[in-house]
Design a protein around this ligand. Sequence first.
Ligand code: COA
Length: 146
Amino acid sequence: MIQIKEISANETFPIRLEVLRKDIPLPYEFNGDYDENTFHLGAFKNDKLIAVSSYMKESNKNFEGNQYQLRGMATLMEYQGFGAGKLMLKQAFGILKGKKINILWCNARIAAVDFYKKQGFQTFGKKFEIPFVGEHYVMFIALNLL
Ligand SMILES: CC(C)(COP(=O)(O)OP(=O)(O)OC[C@H]1O[C@@H](n2cnc3c(N)ncnc32)[C@H](O)[C@@H]1OP(=O)(O)O)[C@@H](O)C(=O)NCCC(=O)NCCS
């Protein structure tokens, strides 16, 4: 069984490094990691941390209302497809609705777009390039409509 818990920024770093920053010369620590409004979720299987995600109070000019940005969504390769990502997002939606947040958005890697669509996100605008990482879409979900 997979359990979702709040974790610290530092606990997210090893999985961010392994899954999102392998051979990519970009920092695994993000601006806002330690902000008081930021929270980080971890998925645990038999007490082992297998997936992480971070939620930051950051607005995107394309959207209105109270917003959060999802960052650093990553599941260890050998545990992908077992529901960790989906369960973290489900928990985050509840926390964010409690904070009266309307929009959760992210910069989604092309390879993850269909994963986000399955969780109710939509793409916004055109694809764009993030150096060293590749093509992305802005994606968002309107939490007040869930
Ligand atoms: C994208 C990622 C975070 C998904 O996490 P996960 O724990 O494997 O996802 P889940 O097991 O919760 O998957 C939920 C559903 O989405 C599907 N899914 C997962 N990854 C998918 C993908 N890349 N494309 C399409 N569908 C995907 C699963 O099959 C599952 O479908 P189901 O509900 O019909 O069974 C994970 O694959 C990952 O870390 N990828 C590499 C890093 C990355 O791209 N991160 C996102 C950066 S923007």
